[in-house]
Ligand binder design. Structure first.
Ligand code: PEP
Ligand code: MG
Length: 577
């Protein structure tokens, strides 16, 4: 028996036999072609591109039918690789100018782009370079005839183990026979992992050294929530895993069914439990999991998926789609939050020593009304079709709220002149993620309709602990008394001014934090769609008055460890953990 620890990808426990999925490397011709062969080679190249386009279109259709439009967007991204002049034209140029055979030209182009992106070290660009390599490999294999081993028909249920399983492989695989997926590479946000979550297939990524140890047919246990793998378990471990697998499946289904009902505490308080999304189509998952609305629509994904700033019209269509899908449930769209770790390939930003403290989000928007106004106009226009609210990220001072409100008024006036409908009293809120504005919550609350606490950033700014840096992860503690008192004050001040407060940082979806936040009076909890059923279920078992007492006790603790200890003991005596 051997244990491995990876990164949790998609929740769920699977027990089964391994199928090691390692594709043979393809071979690239090294000889150059003759100049008179160029037209034929170009023709062959374009034909292969078209064949791959057909395969990708089939994948898109299949995924749209089997899972949904949102997941199919990954293949739209793949298709766009074939439309990207930097990819196809550059490869064609290498055939024409350097007389490289088509497969070699294609692969060299893909690698050049991937290397360039890798040097920038940005999450979005590394996902894009994975797409480019994935699609280019399909073209190369089409040209060399060394097709990939197919996962489309598997003889028996198995746990797929590979170095990396690409989105196209995930899409084309025989899903009913895949019990779980385990990869040596990847992160929680890699496309294949996103797909596995949507398919409900447990997944663990980043399991170093696994491929060397595992052989076809070996029995293994995969725990997607914990990121744990057990290879060749002993009988006792196997029996325990099989039991938790059965319980896990039954429990998830029960929670999902129960989540269709509103979250009401035992003493009758209704609590709003909402979803965080990045794309309009993500609304499906939120509704399926019983979400009461969208507490955070991270609009910057629109900007990241484009070759240029998205037009007002494109954004309008996207926001409209989201609000129409949600019916009368509220959709809070956060305006562009670019900068920090999120870069745009088409918007050059000067290198900064401290990007998280630099030129980002609202700071860019207030500087560039040519970028901000199209988004505000698109949001206003979409507000005519549903329950939409606008939220400003990274607010640090009152002047930023005032300047944003002036721009919003300008956009409203333009739309009135143009006769375009919008909701006059569209709610405007701000994210509380910078300590300076948290400490001025009372002043800010007079200017807006709601707050949403962004703990992901609020923690890093309050504790001076980079949210991406593993080395300071132990300092990044949501139970730090300083952070808790800041949150308590924000909720108190907002309520004193008569506005509601939500939370859309990771803390809102954490079982340990929910009773405490409820006790502090938080009105809305927003989280990833899959966390909604669990949190709704927890809320239904709590009493508001008891949560208030808990909050008073926790706030009096001098250390994060003690505060967390009080919460854990409280939850444990009530059987919630
Ligand atoms: C936050 O900072 O808590 C938040 C929700 O925003 P993001 O994670 O997108 O920075
Ligand atoms: Mg943030």
């Amino acid at each position: 028996m051997k244990n491995y620890q990876g990164i949790p990808g998609s929740e769920g426990i699977a027990v089964g036999k391994a199928l090691v999925y390692l594709n043979d490397p393809f071979t690239l011709p090294s000889e150059k072609i003759n100049s008179n062969e160029v037209p034929k080679e170009l023709q062959r190249f374009m034909a292969a591109v078209e064949d791959v386009r057909t395969i990708l279109k089939e994948n898109t259709d299949r995924i749209t039918k089997e899972i949904g439009a949102e997941e199919a967007e990954i293949f739209e991204a793949h298709l766009s690789v074939l439309d990207d002049p930097e990819v196809v034209d550059n490869a064609a140029a290498l055939i024409k100018e350097q007389l490289l055979p088509a497969p070699t030209a294609m692969w060299q182009t893909a690698q050049d782009i991937a290397n360039e992106f890798a040097q920038i070290g940005d999450d979005y660009l590394s996902a894009r370079s994975a797409d480019i390599l994935d699609v280019s490999e399909l073209v190369v294999r089409e040209l060399t005839g060394e097709k990939r081993v197919s996962l489309a028909r598997l003889n028996e249920p198995c746990i797929l183990v590979g170095k990396d399983i690409t989105p196209s492989e995930t899409a084309s695989m025989d899903k009913k026979n895949v019990l779980a997926m385990v990869c040596e590479m990847g992160s929680r946000t890699s496309h294949a992992v996103i797909l596995s979550r949507s398919l409900g297939i447990p997944a663990v990524v980043g399991v170093t050294g696994l491929c060397e140890a595992v052989r076809n047919g070996m029995v293994m246990i995969v725990d997607g929530a914990e990121g744990k793998i057990v290879l060749e378990p002993d009988e006792e471990t196997l029996a325990i895993a099989q039991k938790s697998q059965t319980e896990d499946t039954a429990q998830k289904q029960l929670l999902k069914n129960a989540a269709k009902k509103p979250a009401i505490t035992l003493d009758g308080s209704r609590v709003m439990v909402e979803g965080n999304i990045g794309y309009p189509a993500d609304t499906d998952m939120v509704l399926e999991n019983g979400g009461d609305g969208i507490g955070l629509f991270r609009s910057e994904f629109f900007y990241m998926d484009s070759n240029d700033f998205p037009t007002e019209e494109l954004q309008y269509q996207g926001y409209r789609q989201a609000v129409e899908k949600m019916g009368d449930k509220q959709v809070i769209v956060r305006t562009m939050d670019i900068g920090g770790d999120k870069k745009l390939p088409y918007f050059e930003m000067e290198p900064e020593l401290n990007p998280f403290l630099g030129y980002r989000a609202l700071r860019i928007c207030l500087d560039r009304s040519d970028v901000f106004k199209p988004q505000l106009r698109a949001l206003l226009r979409a507000s005519a079709h549903g329950n939409l609210a606008i939220m400003l990220p990274m607010v640090s001072c009152i002047e930023e709220i005032e300047a944003s409100k002036r721009l919003l008024e300008e956009c409203k006036e333009e739309l009135r002149q143009e006769g375009k409908p919008f909701r006059e009293d569209i709610p405007l809120g701000i994210m509380i993620e910078i300590p300076s504005i948290a400490l001025q919550a009372r002043d800010a609350a007079k200017l807006v309709n709601f707050f949403s606490i962004g703990t992901n950033d609020l923690l890093q700014y309050s504790l001076a602990a980079d949210r991406m840096n593993q080395k300071v992860a132990r300092l990044y503690n949501p139970f730090h008394p300083g952070v808790l008192r800041l949150i308590a004050q924000v909720i108190y001040d907002a309520h004193a001014e008569g506005i509601p407060v939500g939370m859309c940082g990771e803390m809102a979806g954490d079982v340990l934090s929910v009773p405490l936040l409820l006790g502090l009076g938080l009105d809305h909890f927003s989280m990833s769609a899959t966390a909604i059923p669990k949190i709704k279920n927890l809320i239904c078992g709590l009493k508001s008055e008891e949560c208030r007492q808990l909050a008073t006790q926790v706030l009096a603790q001098p250390t994060g460890k003690q505060a967390e200890g009080v919460v854990k003991a409280w939850l444990s005596t009530r059987g919630h953990i």
